[in-house]
Design a protein around this ligand. Structure first.
Ligand code: SF4
Ligand code: MG
Length: 331
């Protein structure tokens, strides 16, 4: 099978006292074996809600609809027990702040051992050796020492390495990394990204890299999905997206990414609409310099633009949908 993950029409809603809000809206995506898909967008675009939906790690006021097919199984149809065995073993996740995911009162060795015990069932000595091997794989040279250490004694970069060791302990086929380097210094960031690339190659897993930073996307991803206000607004292979971005939001994100030769750093005016206050037409219209009459009335669909990319924008939609009479459609 070529695709490890196939998501169709994924929609995530939260029920609150004030009503129901949709944070992920009819999302389609797929990840091939061994591929890294980037999901990029500003905070509040639905990136983390997407990753937590894929792992079914949302609070119980959330409702998921659509389909998440992972290694041939429908994730939305699994029981809680089946889901627990799938998490970690087949689909693993790392987060921005490893301290929140590590238990402060247990040694590193104990925490990684527990992940292994939960899924396999080997002798104590064999488990310890596997933990030491894993620590070495993630580039920790003083493995014996770190094995006995507690999380607070490690630097942020070391803690993220430990999280990666835990995530890959059972050879998952998919690793979801949600802003894994955002809290780290630039040099440590690069080391962690290189580590993720190396491990992906070595164990042949697929990766979903969630980030607000197109620099990270450029560094590690094969394909990219740009999210805005809960929807995919552009998907493309990484070269095509960086060289020839289509959607005005993607263009704005690129112009606000520091690059060595950039003369001036732009920022996109305004902010992401909240799920309660989404515009009726294109969700980016209030911030878009190229908005036309139709943009305020109808939200365009995600359509293929060329062989490399798809885009949700009236500028790239040939038939312009059902154009309301009197609308000015340009492009
Ligand atoms: Fe801008 Fe219109 Fe395209 Fe939306 S559909 S991004 S408002 S040009
Ligand atoms: Mg987030």
């Amino acid at each position: 099978m070529d695709n490890v993950l196939e998501v169709t029409g994924l929609t995530t809603r939260f029920t609150k006292e004030s009503g129901t809000i949709t944070v992920v809206d009819q999302l389609d995506l797929h990840v091939k074996k061994g591929e890294t898909l980037g999901i990029v967008g500003e905070s509040g675009c639905g990136k983390s809600a997407t990753s937590l939906s894929l792992m079914r790690l949302l609070d119980n006021n959330a409702t998921l609809t659509g389909s998440i097919r992972f290694n041939g199984k429908e994730v939305l149809a699994l029981s809680e027990a089946e889901m627990r065995s799938l998490r970690g073993k087949e689909m693993a996740m790392i987060f921005q702040e490893p301290m929140h995911s590590l238990n402060p009162v247990l040694t590193i060795g104990r925490q990684i051992s527990e992940v292994l015990h939960e899924h396999e069932g080997e002798s104590k000595a064999a488990v310890k050796q596997r933990v030491l091997d894993l620590l070495t794989v993630v580039g920790i040279s003083r493995a014996e020492e770190i094995y006995r250490d507690y999380p607070h004694r490690l630097s942020g970069g070391m803690r993220q390495r430990v999280m990666i060791a835990m995530a890959i302990a059972c050879n998952p086929s998919l690793l979801i990394a949600d802003e894994p380097t955002t809290a780290l210094d630039v040099t440590i960031q690069a080391q962690i990204l290189n580590l993720i690339k190396k491990i992906r190659r070595d164990i042949g897993m697929s990766v979903i890299m969630i980030t607000h930073d197109l620099g990270v996307i450029a560094e590690v991803c094969d394909r990219v999905m740009v999210m805005y206000a809960g929807q995919a607004i552009e998907t493309a292979d990484v070269r095509s997206l960086l060289r020839n971005p289509k959607h005005p939001y993607t263009v704005g994100l690129l112009q606000s990414t520091p690059r060595q030769r950039a003369k001036r750093l732009h920022s996109i005016k305004g902010s992401v609409p909240t799920p309660e206050n989404k515009p009726n037409g294109c969700r980016f219209a209030p911030r878009c310099d190229r908005a036309m009459a139709i943009c305020w009335e109808q939200n365009p669909e995600l359509r293929p633009v060329d062989q490399y990319s798809s885009c949700r924008c009236w500028l790239f939609t040939q038939d312009k949908g059902h154009v309301p009479e009197g609308s000015v459609v340009g492009g």
